[in-house]
Design a protein around this ligand. Sequence first.
Ligand code: 3PG
Length: 389
Amino acid sequence: MAKIKSIKEEKFSNKKCLLRLDLNVPLSESGEILDDTRIIESKPSIDYLIDQGAKVIIISHIGRPNGKYEKKFSFKNIKDQIENRINREIIFIDFDDQSKAIDIVDSKNNSTLFMLDNLRFNPGEESNDDEFIDFLSSISDVYVNDGFGTIHRNHASITGVSKKIKSFGGLLLEKEIQNISKCMTTKSSNSIAILGGAKISDKIPIIENLSSSFSDVVITGGMLRPFLVASGEISNSNDIQDDNEVIVAKKILNENRNLFIPKQLICAKSLDHEPELLNSSQIESDDNIYDIGPNSLSDISNMIINSNKIIWNGPPGVYEKELFQNGTKTIIKAIVNSKSKIKVAGGGSTVAAINYFNSSDYFSHISTGGGAFLSMLEGKFLQGIEVLK
Ligand code: 3PG
């Protein structure tokens, strides 16, 4: 993949720099930031630009307010928490004062940090509207995108602005693209992709792309059942809501010979029922698959230990419940013990599981992206990256 233009190639002193971040962080009911990884990971670019003498205007979205102001989605609610995490003061520009943004920015010294309110209060953000692009470009001399988590979106602040002003990729964006691309493209005879998730139809291009870049692709999570039905392991399919999933699974199995489908599983009638260790042929229509059994886990662990590159998206079981966390724990343990230099993970629930078991230090790269990470695994053309080349 051709390299993006790095912020190291530009001088930012005396410049107004629009900095696109992905500060779409999870919040508790009372508005506390539950996971600050995206904020912490944005700090190196903020520090770099401020130290260079730029006026930095942070822009981001949070949630999906659908093009209109909604108090609960205002960054004003979490401005103090962001300031604490980045250890810097922010001059916050209220949504109502957006038209005065240029005057506010011009009235302050270099090396000052500003922040606009939620981009998605403006309908022009998601529709990539010219008028909104013009507004964003008018308040800045140069644009830096460091919001990897949104790089798959074709929005004004991601693909639009870079048509108007000089544009660069930030330090986090560079790190994400380099590490994920390296994992996808490094040739290795022993490599493993572990993939979870609920709907196969959403994952077809990802499974196909991983199948061609990795020697083994392990299927886990909600996708397991239709794969087991498709391969004739489970005869009943009455509780598969979408029969199409089985048809899709059959097609994928026929076309990709390197899929590993675990066949010993931990099942229960519901999360409150007693779990049972079952072989796939024993699974009945009212059994839910909540985790992988020890024999299948031992096969997966051996594959991981012998791999020279590992990528992981999607916990294999309900790791928050003690009875169903052995699969997730065992996969993490095998990744920790593997001598592979490339150990990449991404996706909200995967990163939450890694943090839950305090294992983040053992990965070579943990992505801040959800949909963006999956788009990279799919090998998709990402316009947000293209415009920065
Ligand atoms: C994410 O959390 O994956 C990004 O911030 C993108 O958010 P979106 O799915 O609402 O566009």
